[in-house]
Design a protein around this ligand. Structure first.
Ligand code: NAP
Ligand code: HSE
Length: 428
């Protein structure tokens, strides 16, 4: 009988536990599929005394050498998260001639090219399907199934935690803090949820997808990034009144030969496909010259969906059907500055409630070529010290980001404008 396929597991948290459960629960099916048994050899954790959601008969170790130096380990599964020590452990596994499966979008977005080059030099594979979109197949399709296309656009919701938070705030008026706590309890959030709510996680995922789609490395710091912490219940209510929902969108588009990459909260039409993607679900819409439009939709976070992608990578490696590394650069890609964006905008302001205020605001916008599409002003609000104020919500026709940012800078300094509450982009 052939030797078992040895799996060294780095991490036994939400994803690691899911992977271990699948490897144990589907032991026979996996053996039939791969042609030999799959065996977890040992598991790296920080604290072996912690209660675990899975019962394993192998040691929980705190020294990675016990896994990396073990000749019985064929594949190292990295589900620790974060940049270090994950990056170093992945490189050390490669150096020792082991294949790697990782769910780590931060490491792959920041160090993917170096890691994949190291793997190619050692003739091993690094598979990272779980790093984007949880259980939704995305890396494989971009590497293989869409390869004949010239991709022109990748637009989606790629963070389950923020989508869960925005859904709960929209549907039941939950507070941001309560919704985040729920997302953490459900295992959707990153170990440090700042990565989710400040959109780092989505920026890492977009960098990975854009690199695959456009055939040249896009680094996370090249992605324009705004998180959801500034999105308030009032924005959600006004957006609904105007016929929109607010979603954290990740967008990579080819515009005049340049690639625009941005992640920020956006207003999407209530009837649109993206507006109906709720909770921890993700969706990515891809446009290519041959395929037209393709939609990938499913559970973007959580233990089981993510384990599905990790174990699929294990099966592929175990059957030597690995989907290969990131595509080599096909051509140089020039990134488009955010200031060149053309979009519609949603602006919420708190102002003094006085004659001429609306005219003054309209002049600032009009002087910069920004045309108003709608204006909402509700009954007066009290600003403090009994000063009467007004909450004004404006949407614009298509305008340039540079002009809008210039207008905002001017509005912030006007005595009649008390607060620029929010500036959101409208996705068409
Ligand atoms: P998690 O629940 O926090 O689990 C992390 C695990 O790694 C824990 O078992 C922890 O040990 C161990 N660990 C952390 N730092 C370590 C260190 N320095 N040395 C040894 N062990 C260490 O995280 P997770 O949610 O499973 O996420 C893991 C990875 O999967 C991340 O890259 C994440 O982005 C990615 N991912 C997560 C999801 C999801 O829905 N959660 C989906 C897709 C991808 P202890 O248990 O002893 O603390
Ligand atoms: N924290 C991530 C999310 C996990 O919420 O989408 C899945 O990558």
């Amino acid at each position: 009988m052939s030797r078992p396929l040895g799996v060294g597991l780095l991490g036994l948290g939400t994803v690691g536990t899911g992977v271990a459960r699948v490897l144990l629960g589907k032991r026979d099916a996996l053996e039939r599929r791969i042609g030999r048994p799959v065996q977890i050899t040992s598991v790296l954790v920080r604290d072996p005394s912690k209660p675990r959601g899975v019962s394993l008969e192998v040691p929980l170790v705190t020294d990675a050498r016990a896994i990396l130096d073990d000749p019985a380990v064929d594949i190292v599964v990295e589900v620790i998260g974060g940049e270090e020590p994950a990056r170093t452990l992945i490189l050390e596994a490669i150096e020792r001639g082991k294949h790697v499966v990782t769910a780590n979008k931060e490491v792959m977005a920041k160090h993917g090219p170096a890691i994949l080059a190291a793997a190619a030099a050692r003739s091993v594979s690094v598979a990272y399907e779980a790093s984007v979109g949880g259980g939704i197949p995305l890396i494989g399709p971009f590497q293989l199934d869409l390869a004949a296309n010239e991709i022109t656009s990748v637009v989606g919701i790629v963070n389950g935690t923020t989508n869960y938070i925005l859904t709960r705030m929209t549907e039941s008026g939950a507070s941001f803090a309560d919704a985040l706590r729920e997302a953490q309890e459900l295992g959707y959030a990153e170990p440090d949820p700042t990565n989710d709510v400040e959109a780092w996680d989505a920026a890492y995922k977009l960098a990975i997808l854009a690199s695959l789609a456009f055939g040249a490395p896009v680094m996370p710091e090249q992605v324009w990034r705004e998180g959801i912490t500034q999105v308030s219940q009032r924005d959600i209510l006004y957006a609904a009144e105007l016929g929109y929902r607010i979603k954290l969108l990740a967008i990579a588009r080819l515009v005049n030969g340049q690639v625009e990459t941005r992640v920020h909260p956006s207003l999407v039409h209530q009837g649109s496909m993206l507006a109906s993607v709720d909770g921890s679900f993700n969706a990515v819409q891809v446009e290519g010259d041959l395929i037209g439009s393709a939609l990938f939709y499913g559970r973007g976070a959580g233990s089981e969906p993510t384990a599905s992608a990790v174990v699929a990578d294990l099966i592929a490696l175990g059957t030597s059907a690995a989907r290969g590394s990131r595509q080599a650069a096909r051509h140089a890609v020039e990134l488009r500055a955010m200031s060149q964006l053309q979009s519609r905008y949603f602006l919420r302001l708190l102002t003094l409630d006085r004659p001429g205020v609306m005219a003054a605001i309209a002049t600032v916008l009009g002087d910069r070529g920004i045309s108003l599409a709608s204006v909402v002003q509700k009954e007066s609000v009290v600003l403090g010290d009994d000063v009467p104020g007004a909450e004004i919500v404006l949407t614009t026709h298509v305008a340039s980001e540079a002009a809008v940012q210039d207008a905002i800078a001017t509005l912030r300094h006007m005595p009649v404008v008390k607060t620029v509450g929010s500036l959101l982009r409208v996705h068409e």
